[in-house]
Design a protein around this ligand. Structure first.
Ligand SMILES: NC(=O)c1ccc[n+]([C@@H]2O[C@H](COP(=O)([O-])OP(=O)(O)OC[C@H]3O[C@@H](n4cnc5c(N)ncnc54)[C@H](OP(=O)(O)O)[C@@H]3O)[C@@H](O)[C@H]2O)c1
Length: 307
């Protein structure tokens, strides 16, 4: 099969021939139609997480897929050949940026016919991250005030919509060029991080969802009320500010979850959440897609149509 690979850390992303993944009893093989990119792809490629997660080469890029099941393992009960599915595969089965991918049964959600593979592939990693930060870790409730940083990114665009769906009042940070977009997704307060200081504009928030790390974490404690929570996917509370401000801090890595992904897909199908796609590339232009990701300026998700 053709796969988008790197042959070393910091190497260019190229398309090459690799063996198809082998079927396992608890897994399915899908023919990949679309795959989306996430910052983690380039972070791994640069070798920044080497000590935690050593890559073996050739390494197939990509974590997010949508495609059609072509083989089913002997223990699989809920998915059959011909089903259209989406998933964020586990670490062993990612790379997804290839003609075929292996997914565990409990990682997949069924793709409704009215959602395209391009849209479906944009959802899993970012959608699960947003849900796990806001709902699982953040315990967001109706009428809570939540600050979502980087509201125009892949995670942020979904996080704003999920928070609104749960009845929250949402503030978000973005640059002015994306202000209208985040308002259209439901943001009640938009802070232009280039000209305004969110910590001077907001107070008594129940929850902050941080995806920027560093000073953003330090400053975000100031907008929380006592008993609030700061959930980060990017960094640590290195100064133990959670204790000082009497709030809860948690930093976490998202994890695959087919049942949770099914709930997110239901919101999409109902029209209460929509995808935001920055750009779509054909498979042969996959290297250009990774260059776009590296700008850090994408509005929503970058998708590669593999098939
Ligand atoms: N721990 C985990 O499990 C996990 C999971 C997913 C993602 N992440 C991390 O979370 C981060 C966000 O991921 P993503 O997929 O959303 O990235 P992304 O789509 O590449 O984010 C790009 C967006 O970030 C915005 N942005 C950049 N700097 C900003 C700032 N200082 N303030 C406000 N907005 C800013 C940009 O808006 P402008 O162009 O307007 O600046 C752009 O729209 C990444 O660092 C990623 O590695 C971690």
């Amino acid at each position: 099969m053709k796969a988008a690979i790197i042959r070393d850390y910091e190497a260019a992303v190229v398309i090459d021939e690799l063996a198809k993944p082998a079927l396992a009893d608890d897994s399915v093989i899908i023919e990949v139609h679309s795959a989306s990119l996430n910052p983690i792809d380039n972070i791994l490629r640069a070798g920044y997480l080497r000590q935690m997660l050593e890559l073996s080469f050739p390494h197939v890029m990509g974590y997010d897929v949508s495609g059609v099941v072509v083989e089913v393992g002997s223990d699989v009960k809920t998915v059959k050949v011909g089903d259209a599915v989406l998933a964020r595969p586990n670490q062993e089965d990612a790379g997804a940026m290839a003609e075929f991918a292996r997914l565990k049964e409990d990682e997949v959600a069924i793709k409704p016919a009215r959602i395209s593979h391009t849209d479906a592939a944009s959802i899993p990693l970012a959608g699960l991250t947003a849900w796990q930060a806001l709902i699982t870790k953040g315990q967001l409730k109706k009428d809570d005030k939540v600050l979502i940083h980087a509201g125009s990114g892949g995670v942020g665009t979904l996080a704003i919509q999920i928070a609104k769906r749960f009845g929250a009042y949402v503030a978000t940070t973005t640059s002015s060029k994306n202000a209208e977009l985040v308002k259209s997704l439901g943001a009640d307060v938009v802070i232009d991080y280039k000209t305004e200081k969110f910590q001077e504009e907001l107070k008594d928030y129940d929850l902050v969802f941080d995806m920027l790390g560093g000073d953003t974490i330090v400053e975000s404690f100031k907008v929380l009320k006592k008993g609030g929570a700061l959930i980060s996917i990017k960094g640590e509370d290195t100064e133990n500010l959670a204790a000082k401000y009497d709030v809860r801090f948690e930093n976490f890595f998202m994890s695959p979850d087919g049942a949770m992904l099914t709930e997110i897909v239901a919101l999409l199908e109902a029209g209460s959440v929509k995808t935001v796609i920055d750009s779509v590339f054909p498979f042969e232009k996959v290297a250009d897609a990774y260059d776009q990701l590296a700008t850090g300026r994408s509005v929503g998700k970058i998708v590669v149509n593999v098939k």
